[in-house]
Structure formats: C-alpha cells, structure tokens
Design a protein around this ligand. Structure first.
Ligand code: CA
Ligand code: CA
Length: 613
C-alpha cells in the first residue's frame, strides 16, 4: 500500500486538558514495546537508493534535524528519532526490474548489489547518519556520550519468476527462483553481505539491531511464501539479530506476523493514502495493533504540505494514536522519500507546516497534549467569481519535463483544468525551469475565446518546496489584449497565502477591465523552478456583464458592448431586464430611455449599473 507512494522525488477539534490527562494514563499494555528491539522506540523510515539520481541520497545535514530535535529557535534540545530503517525507494532498477515484488519485473543480483552499495555510499546515507548522530551527541553534551542510534537494514524479496537472478554463491550457476533453495541463497546473501559491510565501517554512533522484510503482505498464491519468510527470520536470528515487518492495513497475513518469526511488526493504518477512508481507521488500526501485540506506523505524505485535507489527516494520526496509547509502544514513521516530509516541515517558515515537525517530536517523546493538535480549514477559492479561463487553451514557455520521473505527462491542459495543487510536486503542476525562459521570463498566454468586459480577477497558484529547488516567483505581472498581439500591463500580482505552502499570485481589480487575451509574465524566484498549477481569470458574479448574459440567451449581440440585436420581435424591455441580476437601462437608437412595456428591436443600447456603484 505504502509502496505506491514512496516514489523518489526527482529534485530533490480541540480536546480539553481533561482528555489529555486521561490519555497520559493510557499504558503501553498490548503494544510492542522498545525493550523488544534494544530500546528502539521511534523508527524513522530512511528510504534511499536511486540508481540514476542524486535524489536517493541522504546527507548529514538532512539527518541532523531528524536525529536531533531543534526547537523553533533552532536550539538543539533532544534526540528525536532513535532508530533508522534503511530501505529502497520504490523505483525501477538498472536491469529493468523494480525494487519490490513484481512478478513481471523482478530485480536481479546486480540490482541488489547496487542497492547495498548505495546504503553504504561514502558521504551519504548510513555514513551520513553516523556523522549526524556524532554531531547531535556532541551538541547535546556529555550525558549523551553513550548514545547510539539503532539501525535496521532491509532484506529484499526474491521474486519467484526470476529464473536468471545471477550467481550469488560463486558456483558458476545463476540462481533460479523457481527453486526455493536458490531464493534462500539470495536471502542469506543479502543478510551476510550487509553484515560484512556494516562491520567493516566501524560506526562509532550506530548499533545494528536487525533486518526488515521489505514486502508488506504475505503472498498466499506462492506455495513457498512461508518458507521464504521463515528463511529470512530464521537466518536473522541465527546471526543474533531481530527481524521486523510492517504489513499494510488488512494485508494478507498481517495478523500472523508472530508465526512468521518476526520479533516486532508495526501496522500501517494507510489513512494518509486512501482518499475515501475516514479517521476511524486510525483508531481501528491502533486497536488491532494493540490486540495483536504490534506497534503502529504513522504516515505522512507530501500532500500534507499543500492540502488542508491531508494536513488534517496527519493531525488525526497524532491525536488518535495518542488517545489509543500507541505512542507508548514502538512507533514507526513513514514520511516520503528524500529528504522527507519532517525535514521539509523543519525548514519551513510557514508555522502550520513547521508544526508538523514540532508535534511529531512531542508524539515521539510521549509529551504530546492532544489539545495542541491543530486542524486547518481549506480556504474556498473564488466562490464570488465566474472563472472564464476554465478549459481555455493557452501557450506557455516550454515547461520542464522528465519522462523518467513522471514529469513527461504534460497534457497542455493543466493550467486551465480547474485542478489546483493537492500534492507538493505531482503532475497537476507545471514546472518552469531557469534553463528554459523567454527573455529571462516564463510566460502564460490564455485565449478566453471571447471578449469579456468585466474581468477583475487574475491569479496563479504557485508552490514552494525549497528542498526540491522550487521557490515562489519573485514577481508575476499581468497583461491584457484584445487581439493577442498588443498587450497592456494591468500591474503586478499581490501574493496571497490561503493555507499551507501554496500561494496565489493574484491581482484583483477594483475597476474591471475588458479583454479576450490575458498574459502572465513570471519572474523566477531564488531557486531553479517555478511551479504553477492553475491560472484563474474571472469576473465577480455580481459583475456578470450584460454582454455575457446576452450571449447566453437567444439574442444576437453586436461585437461592441451594449448593443443587442433581436431578430424576432416580441421581447419587451421588462422581459429583457428580467434576464439580468443588476439594474439595466435600455435606450432606443435615438438614445432615449425606453420603458418596460416597449418592445426592443435592433440597435437598442443597454447600459447597466452595479450594486456597489
Ligand atoms: Ca550459483
Ligand atoms: Ca490545474
């Protein structure tokens, strides 16, 4: 379940104090507790591995605020996550396989070796973690000098359709995973190899506790599945280590975790990833975990940085897991890939986003008062406007595309499809990159398809994710045109942040303007990318012009404002007036005002007023 969301990034109700007092009385009884894993209480899922991109590598700087907790004054206060699980991002491998169990695309031996090479890469990943732990210890003082972060390594899955894995044991014959014995060889190899690598590194600040089984469910269709898993758990135990697992919500086999030989399993609620799930699933997952002696994995995806809905989902994890007592047990934390949502929250200047980091620390340290959990309201955009740009064609400065990473899916319709950003950097965004500008700017030109007389809203939704090289534009200037050739500036946008990290670069005009074509001229910000999800051009509903009303009625309109042509007679001034939700005055061809019972005919002029004029 989680795997579908753990893709690499290419850039990188308030409760009362009374309730809190109740929750602090909740004991860890039932849940898996840290003594089972040499003290591991807060296990950070440290995804790594990207065969072709720097983005799969974690640096010491990115580990520092994960190993240590830094308060809002940037003062180091405590250890944050005490344990780190190294596992591969869900990604394709150089051989053309994938890192997880996929019968159609099994990885091979060289892929496995590359993954391990990457975990132990000089300067990154586990070595960067060791350095970061050393720095945090030193910063916290002598009472922390004995601290070591616990580490878990991963055992990949030998996919049974792989008939030519590679020669693991050096007997000159490639392993064929149709045979259980060859799968077992591969499992023992990946454990032995990582043990040897780990030992050769002589880490000063790390303590290897065990191994993680990468698949999140039990493959019931595979007659050897039990043998494969117990080969892993048995061999890990034989070597003196612990075996851990993280099945997804109601995954086949989740309740049998103990019989497979795992020492600890944490349960995934998956509330973050299942759109139609409701928060009761979190409580249900906690209760199940408690009944089965498991821990709970909490989950946050990048969506929480830009969507109030997903932000609130995460807050519900913190609140409900605390209420259910899961904070007393072993906790695991999914937070996307590199550097991860907690890091992004740590560096954010937006207090709502930063709160994710601070409240997670409180949850981890069992000091969260659930009354501190804050839910956010999503601002409803532009309910007062008719958005006339919806579905209209546009031309833009060539956007950044990267087919390897899913950024090739530029349909040319994203910017006027009415879909705003709901993730930090998925395909609802158009990315402009500094390497592709026109005269140093990015342009969006929209053809509204007709002349609109009362345009008063011009807005772009933009995103910021500094860790991924995306920053807000330094400026957006709007222009209008009647012919799509000659443009006139109507001024610069004012930034408006309705919620979380998304920003609207918008221009609202007190005096509406008339145009058919609109241009946004974007000046890049501090970083390489500008991300735009939607351009919105509109007029106030109360400003719905007579022109627009006439065009949508069985009347013909001359292309100069205010003159209507009625082909067939029989329409009175009163009938015409009733079509508008504003005051109109109708004059005949001589310029004289005509009254309610007069029939309107060709050449009559219409002038109109607004409620606010
Ligand atoms: Ca062999
Ligand atoms: Ca859009």
């Amino acid at each position: 379940m989680r795997r579908f969301l753990a893709f690499l990034l290419f850039f990188a109700l308030l409760l009362t104090g009374y309730t809190y007092k109740q929750s602090t009385l909740v004991s860890a009884a039932g849940y898996a507790t840290p003594d089972l894993l040499e003290g591991s209480e807060n296990i950070f899922l440290s995804y790594t591995f990207s065969p072709s991109h720097r983005s799969g590598r974690r640096t010491k700087e990115e580990y520092l605020p994960i190993v240590g907790y830094y308060d809002t004054q940037d003062k180091l206060r405590d250890i944050f996550f005490d344990s780190f699980l190294f596992l591969p991002c869900v990604t394709s491998t150089p051989s053309g396989g994938v890192t997880y169990r996929d019968n159609n695309n099994p990885a091979n031996f060289s892929d496995w070796q590359l993954f391990i090479d990457d975990v132990f890469l000089d300067g990154y990943n586990i070595k960067a973690l060791d350095a970061a732990v050393g720095e945090v210890k030193a910063g916290l003082g002598s009472s922390y000098s004995d601290f070591k972060a616990n580490v878990f390594l991963t055992v990949l899955y030998p996919v049974r359709t792989q008939t030519d894995f590679g020669d693991v044991d050096g007997d000159g014959k490639t392993e064929n995973f149709n045979y259980l014995a060859d799968r077992q060889k591969a499992i023992r190899w990946i454990i032995d190899e990582q043990l040897a690598r780990y030992k050769s590194c002589n880490f000063k600040n790390l303590n290897l506790v065990g191994f993680y089984w990468f698949e999140e469910n039990f493959a019931r269709s595979d007659p050897n599945e039990l043998n494969v898993i117990t080969t892993m758990t048995g061999y890990v135990h034989q070597k003196g280590y612990k075996a851990i697992w993280i099945p997804y919500y109601k995954a086949p086999g989740y309740s049998s975790w103990k019989s497979y030989g795992f020492d600890v399993a944490n349960y995934q609620p998956n509330y973050m990833f299942v759109g139609d799930a409701n928060s009761s699933r979190v409580t249900a997952a906690c209760n199940t975990a408690k009944d089965l002696g498991m821990g709970v994995e909490i989950e946050i995806s990048g969506q929480a940085l830009s969507s109030a809905e997903y932000y609130n989902r995460y807050m519900n994890y913190l609140k409900l897991c605390t209420a259910a007592g899961a904070h007393r047990g072993i906790k695991m934390y999914y937070n996307d890939a590199v550097p991860g949502v907690y890091y992004d929250a740590f560096i954010s200047k937006n207090p709502d986003i930063r709160r994710i980091y601070d409240l997670t620390y409180k949850y981890a340290s069992q000091t969260l008062d659930v009354s501190e959990v804050v839910f956010i309201e999503q601002e409803n955009r532009y309910t007062d406007y008719n958005i006339v740009s919806l579905g209209r064609p546009y031309t833009i400065t060539p956007p950044y595309t990267n087919t390897d990473m899913g950024y090739g899916e530029v349909s040319g319709k994203e910017l006027t499809d009415g879909i705003f950003g709901s993730t930090a950097y998925d395909t609802e965004w158009i990315g402009f990159h500094k390497s592709s500008t026109e005269d140093g700017y990015f342009y969006i030109d929209v053809d509204l398809g007709q002349y609109y007389s009362k345009l008063s809203l011009f807005s772009l939704e933009v995103n910021e994710l500094i860790g991924a090289g995306i920053s807000y534009p330094a400026n957006v200037e709007y222009f209008i045109s009647d012919d799509g050739v000659k443009y006139k500036s109507i001024g610069n946008a004012d930034p408006h942040t309705p919620s979380l990290s998304l920003m609207l670069m918008q221009k609202k005009l007190a005096t509406p303007v008339a145009a058919r074509y609109v241009r946004a001229k974007i000046t890049r910000g501090t970083h390489n990318f500008v991300f735009v999800s939607e351009i919105s051009i509109g007029s106030l509903k109360s400003d719905r012009s007579v022109l627009e009303v006439l065009e949508n009625n069985p009347l013909t309109l001359k292309r100069s404002e205010g003159i209507c042509v009625i082909e067939k007679g029989g329409l009175t001034v009163l009938q015409l007036k009733s079509m508008f939700n504003q005051s109109v005055v109708i004059r005949n061809g001589n310029g004289n005002i005509v009254f309610d019972d007069v029939s309107v005919c060709t050449g009559y002029n219409i002038s109109y007023y607004y409620a606010n004029n």
